[in-house]
Design a protein around this ligand. Structure first.
Ligand SMILES: [Zn+2]
Ligand SMILES: [Zn+2]
Length: 344
């Protein structure tokens, strides 16, 4: 089989390796699609440091091709369409054991997975050997759409952390794919949604997927708009999906009493932010972070994608064959796409 291996900055090669044999408790899956996440783009450009050689890829849709002898055949069959949540969480710490794998103490992107020649998450390979606990069925949509289950699962986690209520005013700052998925889920939750970005095309898509208001922050002040719509109360929920610390500060200024600010993105560079502790004290609002997702989020995301409750098709900007994986990365890092998906 073939796998795509990082050997250095912008040094990604397809190499041949052995097809793993199915052991008793494992399932062999044939990868059909793997989306190129921002995380892998940062590995490609060297912003994110990993130990080489490294196999990336964690937004994965696949088909089952072989079952170990101990696998329950009433639950899993050859030919089943599945998404795979790469097993990065340790499974052993208190957070994993409490069902909070997304905040595992020992989250490891560079595990050596059984059946692969190098460390890494493994999705940019033709086959993977996996455990059934990390597999989730999907139905009726393309592998390209199903490959976006992992990003949607992270947004499910974020929106549940925010605990959006009917009629809430929700502000989503940043309309890349992750921001737009927040818009889509917030709309489904019965909220009034303001989407904010600098890019008019992205704002158009935000409008199309249901945002009630769009704010082009190069032309108008978000805080003025939030005051106007909320009659000076502020927003019940503010999602900051940008990696910019000044935007995090602005988000805290927008929230209403008892509201929630969710810092969704990772921050590059990671600089301190300031906020008024007295306003926090008196207003009773919360500032929370979310990252990653757990099995529960995956179950929900794969069901929503299967029924197109959330339609992932607008977010698939480009599909490249596996042989052209380098061209796919070059295209993804231009920053003007939602997702580039590698098709096997
Ligand atoms: Zn991802
Ligand atoms: Zn853990």
């Amino acid at each position: 089989m073939k796998t795509a291996v990082f050997y250095g900055i912008k040094d990604l090669k397809i190499e041949e390796c052995d097809l793993p044999e199915v052991s008793e408790n494992k399932i062999l899956i044939k990868i059909e699609a793997c989306a190129i996440c921002t995380w892998e783009q940062r590995v490609y450009t060297g912003v994110k440091k990993v130990e080489y050689p490294f196999i990336g890829g964690h937004e994965i849709a696949a088909e089952i091709v072989a079952l170990g002898s101990n696998i329950d055949k009433t639950k899993w069959q050859v030919g089943d369409k599945v998404v795979f949540g790469t097993n990065l969480a340790c499974g052993e710490c208190d957070f994993c054991k409490s069902g909070e794998e997304q905040n595992c103490l020992d989250f490891n992107h560079s595990k050596q997975l059984e059946g692969l020649p190098h460390k890494g998450m493994g999705g940019l390979s033709e086959y993977m050997l996996v455990e059934s606990k990390h597999l989730f069925h999907y139905f009726g949509v393309t592998p390209e759409e199903a490959a976006l289950t992992e990003p949607l699962s992270c947004v499910v986690h974020s929106c549940e952390t925010a605990d959006i209520q009917y009629g809430d005013l929700v502000v989503v700052i940043g309309c890349g794919i992750m921001g737009l998925l927040h818009v889509a889920l917030a709309v489904k939750s019965g909220a009034r949604v303001i989407a904010c970005d600098l890019n008019s095309e992205r704002l158009e898509l935000a409008k199309k997927i249901g945002a009630h208001y769009i704010v082009d922050s190069s032309k108008e002040e978000l805080s003025t708009k939030v005051k106007e719509i909320s009659h000076n109360l502020g927003a019940n929920v503010v999602f900051d999906t940008t990696p910019i610390h000044s935007v995090a500060e602005e988000s805290i200024e927008l929230v209403s009493n008892t509201g929630k600010v969710i810092l969704y993105s990772s921050f590059y560079p990671d600089e301190p932010v300031s906020f008024s502790p007295d306003k926090l004290h008196k207003g009773g609002y919360s500032i929370a972070g979310t990252a990653n997702s757990n099995s529960r989020d995956f179950v929900r995301a794969s069901k929503m994608i299967s029924e197109r409750v959330i339609d992932m098709r607008p977010f698939i900007s480009e599909i490249v064959p596996f042989a052209d994986v380098v061209a796919g990365f070059e295209s993804a890092i231009k920053g003007d796409k939602y997702r580039v998906v590698v098709r096997f």
